[in-house]
Design a protein around this ligand. Structure first.
Ligand code: NAD
Length: 332
Protein backbone atom coordinates (compact mmCIF):
# COMPACT_ATOMS: atom_id res chain seq x y z
CA UNK A 1 0.00 0.00 0.00
CA UNK A 2 1.38 3.43 -0.92
CA UNK A 3 2.43 5.87 1.77
CA UNK A 4 0.29 8.88 2.65
CA UNK A 5 1.90 12.05 1.30
CA UNK A 6 1.84 14.62 4.10
CA UNK A 7 2.95 18.27 4.29
CA UNK A 8 3.46 20.16 7.54
CA UNK A 9 2.32 23.80 7.64
CA UNK A 10 3.84 25.81 10.49
CA UNK A 11 7.10 24.32 11.70
CA UNK A 12 7.75 26.11 14.97
CA UNK A 13 8.27 24.13 18.17
CA UNK A 14 5.52 21.56 17.62
CA UNK A 15 5.43 21.50 13.80
CA UNK A 16 9.12 20.56 13.77
CA UNK A 17 8.36 17.52 15.94
CA UNK A 18 5.43 16.61 13.67
CA UNK A 19 7.67 16.78 10.60
CA UNK A 20 10.19 14.52 12.35
CA UNK A 21 7.45 11.95 13.10
CA UNK A 22 6.01 11.86 9.56
CA UNK A 23 9.53 11.22 8.28
CA UNK A 24 9.78 8.24 10.67
CA UNK A 25 6.29 6.75 10.30
CA UNK A 26 6.36 3.85 7.83
CA UNK A 27 2.92 4.59 6.38
CA UNK A 28 3.59 8.27 5.63
CA UNK A 29 5.94 10.27 3.45
CA UNK A 30 7.00 13.75 4.56
CA UNK A 31 6.66 15.59 1.23
CA UNK A 32 7.66 18.99 2.57
CA UNK A 33 7.06 21.84 4.98
CA UNK A 34 5.85 25.43 4.74
CA UNK A 35 6.23 28.28 7.24
CA UNK A 36 5.78 32.05 6.86
CA UNK A 37 9.25 32.20 8.39
CA UNK A 38 11.24 31.04 5.35
CA UNK A 39 14.49 30.54 7.21
CA UNK A 40 12.76 28.37 9.77
CA UNK A 41 11.10 26.30 7.02
CA UNK A 42 14.46 25.77 5.32
CA UNK A 43 16.29 24.70 8.46
CA UNK A 44 13.51 22.26 9.48
CA UNK A 45 13.38 20.86 5.92
CA UNK A 46 17.15 20.34 5.95
CA UNK A 47 16.97 18.65 9.36
CA UNK A 48 14.44 16.08 8.12
CA UNK A 49 15.72 15.67 4.58
CA UNK A 50 12.67 17.19 2.92
CA UNK A 51 11.68 20.22 0.86
CA UNK A 52 10.76 23.74 2.07
CA UNK A 53 7.90 25.03 -0.09
CA UNK A 54 7.65 28.70 -1.03
CA UNK A 55 3.85 28.79 -0.72
CA UNK A 56 0.95 26.87 0.85
CA UNK A 57 -0.57 26.47 -2.63
CA UNK A 58 2.53 24.69 -3.97
CA UNK A 59 2.64 22.35 -0.97
CA UNK A 60 -1.10 21.58 -1.20
CA UNK A 61 -0.63 20.60 -4.84
CA UNK A 62 1.80 17.80 -3.91
CA UNK A 63 0.14 16.19 -0.86
CA UNK A 64 -2.80 14.00 0.20
CA UNK A 65 -2.99 15.50 3.70
CA UNK A 66 -1.72 18.44 5.71
CA UNK A 67 -0.68 18.84 9.28
CA UNK A 68 -1.46 22.35 10.57
CA UNK A 69 0.71 23.47 13.49
CA UNK A 70 0.66 27.22 12.90
CA UNK A 71 -0.31 29.66 15.66
CA UNK A 72 -3.95 29.07 16.64
CA UNK A 73 -5.25 32.37 15.22
CA UNK A 74 -4.31 31.15 11.71
CA UNK A 75 -5.71 27.56 11.93
CA UNK A 76 -9.02 28.52 10.30
CA UNK A 77 -7.60 30.26 7.22
CA UNK A 78 -4.96 27.63 6.55
CA UNK A 79 -7.48 24.80 7.09
CA UNK A 80 -9.98 26.39 4.68
CA UNK A 81 -7.32 26.57 1.98
CA UNK A 82 -6.53 22.88 2.48
CA UNK A 83 -10.21 21.86 2.50
CA UNK A 84 -10.86 23.81 -0.71
CA UNK A 85 -8.08 21.75 -2.33
CA UNK A 86 -9.62 18.50 -1.03
CA UNK A 87 -6.84 17.66 1.46
CA UNK A 88 -7.30 15.68 4.69
CA UNK A 89 -6.26 17.56 7.82
CA UNK A 90 -4.61 17.15 11.16
CA UNK A 91 -5.02 20.40 13.14
CA UNK A 92 -3.24 21.16 16.39
CA UNK A 93 -5.34 22.01 19.41
CA UNK A 94 -7.29 24.19 19.99
CA UNK A 95 -9.02 23.47 16.67
CA UNK A 96 -9.50 27.20 15.99
CA UNK A 97 -9.53 30.48 17.87
CA UNK A 98 -13.34 30.86 17.74
CA UNK A 99 -16.29 28.47 17.82
CA UNK A 100 -17.69 29.92 14.60
CA UNK A 101 -14.42 29.18 12.78
CA UNK A 102 -14.35 25.66 14.20
CA UNK A 103 -17.92 24.97 13.06
CA UNK A 104 -17.13 26.19 9.56
CA UNK A 105 -14.15 23.92 9.04
CA UNK A 106 -15.82 20.87 10.61
CA UNK A 107 -18.86 21.32 8.33
CA UNK A 108 -16.79 21.99 5.20
CA UNK A 109 -14.48 19.04 5.80
CA UNK A 110 -17.48 16.77 6.36
CA UNK A 111 -19.26 18.04 3.24
CA UNK A 112 -16.16 17.20 1.20
CA UNK A 113 -15.72 13.77 2.81
CA UNK A 114 -12.32 14.71 4.28
CA UNK A 115 -10.78 13.25 7.45
CA UNK A 116 -10.12 15.82 10.16
CA UNK A 117 -8.27 14.97 13.37
CA UNK A 118 -7.55 17.45 16.18
CA UNK A 119 -4.30 17.32 18.21
CA UNK A 120 -5.60 16.39 21.64
CA UNK A 121 -2.50 14.35 22.33
CA UNK A 122 -3.32 13.23 25.89
CA UNK A 123 -5.75 10.67 24.40
CA UNK A 124 -2.57 8.89 23.29
CA UNK A 125 -0.74 9.22 26.60
CA UNK A 126 0.48 5.71 27.53
CA UNK A 127 -1.17 6.04 30.97
CA UNK A 128 -4.58 6.64 29.34
CA UNK A 129 -4.11 3.80 26.83
CA UNK A 130 -3.20 1.48 29.73
CA UNK A 131 -6.70 2.01 31.16
CA UNK A 132 -8.43 0.57 28.07
CA UNK A 133 -9.30 -2.78 29.76
CA UNK A 134 -11.07 -0.98 32.62
CA UNK A 135 -14.67 0.13 32.85
CA UNK A 136 -14.35 3.92 33.23
CA UNK A 137 -17.47 5.55 34.64
CA UNK A 138 -16.29 8.49 36.77
CA UNK A 139 -18.63 10.39 39.04
CA UNK A 140 -16.05 12.82 40.38
CA UNK A 141 -12.87 14.01 38.65
CA UNK A 142 -10.08 16.15 39.98
CA UNK A 143 -7.43 17.36 37.53
CA UNK A 144 -4.33 19.53 37.82
CA UNK A 145 -2.19 20.74 34.94
CA UNK A 146 0.40 23.11 36.35
CA UNK A 147 3.33 24.50 34.38
CA UNK A 148 6.08 27.01 34.86
CA UNK A 149 5.78 30.24 32.88
CA UNK A 150 6.78 30.06 29.23
CA UNK A 151 5.97 32.96 26.88
CA UNK A 152 5.20 30.42 24.10
CA UNK A 153 1.45 29.84 24.22
CA UNK A 154 0.75 32.80 26.49
CA UNK A 155 -0.89 34.69 23.59
CA UNK A 156 -4.07 32.81 24.58
CA UNK A 157 -5.59 32.21 28.03
CA UNK A 158 -4.37 29.17 29.98
CA UNK A 159 -7.83 27.68 29.46
CA UNK A 160 -7.24 27.43 25.69
CA UNK A 161 -3.58 26.52 25.96
CA UNK A 162 -3.45 23.95 28.81
CA UNK A 163 -6.86 23.32 30.36
CA UNK A 164 -8.34 22.31 26.99
CA UNK A 165 -6.26 19.09 27.13
CA UNK A 166 -8.10 18.02 30.28
CA UNK A 167 -11.46 19.30 29.03
CA UNK A 168 -11.21 17.07 25.94
CA UNK A 169 -10.08 14.07 27.97
CA UNK A 170 -12.82 14.54 30.57
CA UNK A 171 -15.51 14.88 27.86
CA UNK A 172 -14.23 11.67 26.26
CA UNK A 173 -14.23 9.79 29.60
CA UNK A 174 -17.58 11.03 30.95
CA UNK A 175 -19.51 10.90 27.64
CA UNK A 176 -22.38 13.01 28.98
CA UNK A 177 -23.64 16.55 28.34
CA UNK A 178 -22.19 19.44 30.37
CA UNK A 179 -25.16 21.06 32.11
CA UNK A 180 -23.45 23.63 34.30
CA UNK A 181 -20.11 25.42 34.48
CA UNK A 182 -18.65 27.50 37.30
CA UNK A 183 -15.23 29.03 36.83
CA UNK A 184 -12.77 31.58 38.06
CA UNK A 185 -9.26 32.62 37.18
CA UNK A 186 -6.84 35.51 37.11
CA UNK A 187 -4.27 37.12 34.82
CA UNK A 188 -1.00 37.49 36.70
CA UNK A 189 1.88 37.81 34.25
CA UNK A 190 0.07 38.05 30.90
CA UNK A 191 -3.03 39.89 29.67
CA UNK A 192 -5.21 36.77 29.82
CA UNK A 193 -5.96 34.33 32.67
CA UNK A 194 -2.75 32.51 33.70
CA UNK A 195 -4.42 30.36 36.35
CA UNK A 196 -7.96 29.04 36.18
CA UNK A 197 -10.29 26.63 37.91
CA UNK A 198 -13.54 25.25 36.49
CA UNK A 199 -16.21 23.01 37.90
CA UNK A 200 -18.08 21.10 35.21
CA UNK A 201 -21.32 19.38 36.06
CA UNK A 202 -22.60 16.68 33.72
CA UNK A 203 -26.12 15.44 32.98
CA UNK A 204 -25.23 11.97 34.36
CA UNK A 205 -24.29 13.49 37.75
CA UNK A 206 -20.52 13.52 37.31
CA UNK A 207 -18.64 16.61 38.51
CA UNK A 208 -15.15 17.57 37.30
CA UNK A 209 -12.98 20.04 39.16
CA UNK A 210 -10.31 21.21 36.72
CA UNK A 211 -7.31 23.43 37.52
CA UNK A 212 -4.75 24.76 35.04
CA UNK A 213 -1.88 27.14 35.67
CA UNK A 214 1.14 28.38 33.75
CA UNK A 215 2.63 30.30 36.65
CA UNK A 216 3.43 27.47 39.02
CA UNK A 217 6.73 26.71 40.63
CA UNK A 218 6.51 22.98 39.98
CA UNK A 219 5.05 21.07 37.06
CA UNK A 220 2.13 18.71 37.59
CA UNK A 221 -0.11 16.86 35.11
CA UNK A 222 -2.43 14.63 37.12
CA UNK A 223 -6.02 13.44 36.97
CA UNK A 224 -7.91 11.47 39.59
CA UNK A 225 -11.13 9.63 38.75
CA UNK A 226 -13.55 8.42 41.40
CA UNK A 227 -16.33 5.97 40.54
CA UNK A 228 -18.58 3.65 42.53
CA UNK A 229 -16.14 0.74 42.30
CA UNK A 230 -12.74 2.38 41.88
CA UNK A 231 -10.33 5.24 42.36
CA UNK A 232 -8.01 5.78 39.39
CA UNK A 233 -4.99 8.04 39.49
CA UNK A 234 -3.24 9.14 36.29
CA UNK A 235 0.10 10.90 36.07
CA UNK A 236 0.49 12.12 32.49
CA UNK A 237 4.05 13.37 32.97
CA UNK A 238 5.26 10.01 34.31
CA UNK A 239 2.96 7.96 32.03
CA UNK A 240 1.68 6.11 35.09
CA UNK A 241 -1.81 4.85 35.94
CA UNK A 242 -2.79 3.38 39.31
CA UNK A 243 -6.09 1.69 40.05
CA UNK A 244 -7.62 0.98 43.45
CA UNK A 245 -10.65 -1.26 42.87
CA UNK A 246 -13.36 -3.03 44.81
CA UNK A 247 -13.77 -6.53 43.41
CA UNK A 248 -15.81 -9.61 44.24
CA UNK A 249 -13.75 -12.27 45.98
CA UNK A 250 -14.12 -14.66 43.01
CA UNK A 251 -12.99 -12.18 40.36
CA UNK A 252 -9.81 -13.02 38.45
CA UNK A 253 -7.66 -10.12 37.32
CA UNK A 254 -5.40 -10.12 34.28
CA UNK A 255 -3.23 -7.47 35.96
CA UNK A 256 -0.88 -8.29 38.85
CA UNK A 257 -2.87 -7.29 41.90
CA UNK A 258 -1.93 -6.32 45.43
CA UNK A 259 -4.54 -7.01 48.08
CA UNK A 260 -5.07 -3.97 50.32
CA UNK A 261 -8.01 -5.11 52.42
CA UNK A 262 -11.42 -6.74 52.63
CA UNK A 263 -14.92 -5.27 53.05
CA UNK A 264 -17.17 -7.63 55.03
CA UNK A 265 -20.15 -5.34 55.38
CA UNK A 266 -23.29 -5.69 53.22
CA UNK A 267 -24.43 -8.65 51.15
CA UNK A 268 -21.37 -8.81 48.90
CA UNK A 269 -17.97 -9.53 50.38
CA UNK A 270 -15.47 -7.49 48.42
CA UNK A 271 -11.73 -7.02 48.27
CA UNK A 272 -9.83 -3.78 47.88
CA UNK A 273 -7.09 -4.32 45.33
CA UNK A 274 -4.32 -2.15 43.91
CA UNK A 275 -3.24 -2.53 40.28
CA UNK A 276 -0.72 -0.79 38.06
CA UNK A 277 -1.91 -1.51 34.53
CA UNK A 278 0.93 -2.25 32.16
CA UNK A 279 2.00 0.85 30.26
CA UNK A 280 3.22 0.20 26.73
CA UNK A 281 6.36 2.15 25.93
CA UNK A 282 6.07 4.56 23.02
CA UNK A 283 5.84 8.11 21.91
CA UNK A 284 2.37 9.69 22.26
CA UNK A 285 2.97 12.10 19.36
CA UNK A 286 3.99 9.28 17.04
CA UNK A 287 0.93 7.23 18.04
CA UNK A 288 -1.31 10.25 17.49
CA UNK A 289 0.01 10.93 13.98
CA UNK A 290 0.05 7.21 13.08
CA UNK A 291 -3.64 7.14 14.06
CA UNK A 292 -4.31 10.10 11.73
CA UNK A 293 -2.48 8.45 8.82
CA UNK A 294 -4.38 5.20 9.48
CA UNK A 295 -7.72 7.03 9.54
CA UNK A 296 -7.04 8.69 6.17
CA UNK A 297 -5.72 5.53 4.54
CA UNK A 298 -8.61 3.36 5.73
CA UNK A 299 -11.35 6.01 5.54
CA UNK A 300 -12.24 5.38 9.18
CA UNK A 301 -13.25 7.95 11.79
CA UNK A 302 -10.28 9.75 13.38
CA UNK A 303 -9.53 8.99 17.04
CA UNK A 304 -10.18 12.65 17.92
CA UNK A 305 -12.71 14.10 15.49
CA UNK A 306 -13.38 17.69 14.48
CA UNK A 307 -16.57 17.49 16.57
CA UNK A 308 -14.48 16.46 19.62
CA UNK A 309 -12.16 19.42 19.04
CA UNK A 310 -15.13 21.74 18.65
CA UNK A 311 -16.84 20.46 21.79
CA UNK A 312 -13.68 21.00 23.85
CA UNK A 313 -13.39 24.51 22.43
CA UNK A 314 -17.03 25.29 23.24
CA UNK A 315 -16.56 24.29 26.89
CA UNK A 316 -13.22 26.16 27.09
CA UNK A 317 -14.76 29.33 25.63
CA UNK A 318 -17.65 29.16 28.08
CA UNK A 319 -15.19 28.86 30.97
CA UNK A 320 -13.22 31.80 29.61
CA UNK A 321 -16.30 33.97 29.14
CA UNK A 322 -17.31 33.29 32.73
CA UNK A 323 -13.86 34.25 34.02
CA UNK A 324 -13.78 37.39 31.91
CA UNK A 325 -17.22 38.53 33.06
CA UNK A 326 -16.03 38.18 36.66
CA UNK A 327 -12.96 40.30 35.90
CA UNK A 328 -15.19 43.14 34.64
CA UNK A 329 -17.30 42.90 37.81
CA UNK A 330 -14.14 43.02 39.95
CA UNK A 331 -12.90 46.21 38.24
CA UNK A 332 -16.28 47.89 38.69
P1 NAD B 1 5.36 28.23 17.55
O1 NAD B 1 5.17 29.69 17.70
O2 NAD B 1 6.60 27.59 18.05
O3 NAD B 1 5.21 27.84 16.00
C1 NAD B 1 4.24 28.35 15.14
C2 NAD B 1 4.85 28.41 13.74
O4 NAD B 1 3.82 28.73 12.82
C3 NAD B 1 5.93 29.51 13.59
O5 NAD B 1 7.09 28.94 13.03
C4 NAD B 1 5.29 30.54 12.66
O6 NAD B 1 6.23 31.21 11.84
C5 NAD B 1 4.35 29.67 11.86
N1 NAD B 1 3.22 30.36 11.25
C6 NAD B 1 2.41 31.32 11.78
N2 NAD B 1 1.42 31.65 10.93
C7 NAD B 1 1.60 30.88 9.84
C8 NAD B 1 0.89 30.75 8.60
N3 NAD B 1 -0.19 31.47 8.32
N4 NAD B 1 1.35 29.84 7.69
C9 NAD B 1 2.46 29.11 7.95
N5 NAD B 1 3.17 29.20 9.08
C10 NAD B 1 2.74 30.06 10.03
O7 NAD B 1 4.07 27.58 18.22
P2 NAD B 1 3.86 26.07 18.76
O8 NAD B 1 4.12 26.04 20.19
O9 NAD B 1 4.55 25.13 17.86
O10 NAD B 1 2.27 25.94 18.58
C11 NAD B 1 1.67 25.72 17.34
C12 NAD B 1 0.27 25.13 17.55
O11 NAD B 1 0.38 23.93 18.29
C13 NAD B 1 -0.69 26.04 18.36
O12 NAD B 1 -1.99 25.88 17.86
C14 NAD B 1 -0.62 25.45 19.77
O13 NAD B 1 -1.81 25.65 20.50
C15 NAD B 1 -0.40 23.99 19.47
N6 NAD B 1 0.32 23.29 20.55
C16 NAD B 1 -0.12 22.08 20.94
C17 NAD B 1 0.54 21.38 21.95
C18 NAD B 1 0.05 20.00 22.36
O14 NAD B 1 0.44 19.53 23.41
N7 NAD B 1 -0.74 19.34 21.55
C19 NAD B 1 1.68 21.91 22.56
C20 NAD B 1 2.13 23.15 22.11
C21 NAD B 1 1.45 23.83 21.11
Amino acid sequence: MSRLRVGVIGVGHLGNLHAKMYAQIETSELVGVYDVNTERAQSVAAEHGTRAYASVEALLHDVDAVNIATVTSTHHDVAMQAIDQGKHLFIEKPITATIEQGRTIVQRAEAKGLRLQVGHIERFNPAILALEPYRIKPLFIESHRLAQFNPRGSDVAVVLDLMIHDIDLILSLVRSKVVRIDANGIAVVSDSPDIANARLQFENGCVANVTASRISQNKMRKMRLFQTDAYISIDFAQGLAEVFRLVDEQEQSATPTMLLGKIDQGKRKRLIVYEQPEVREGNALKRELEAFVHSVKTGTEPAVTGHDGLQALEVAQEILAMIQSQRITAIE
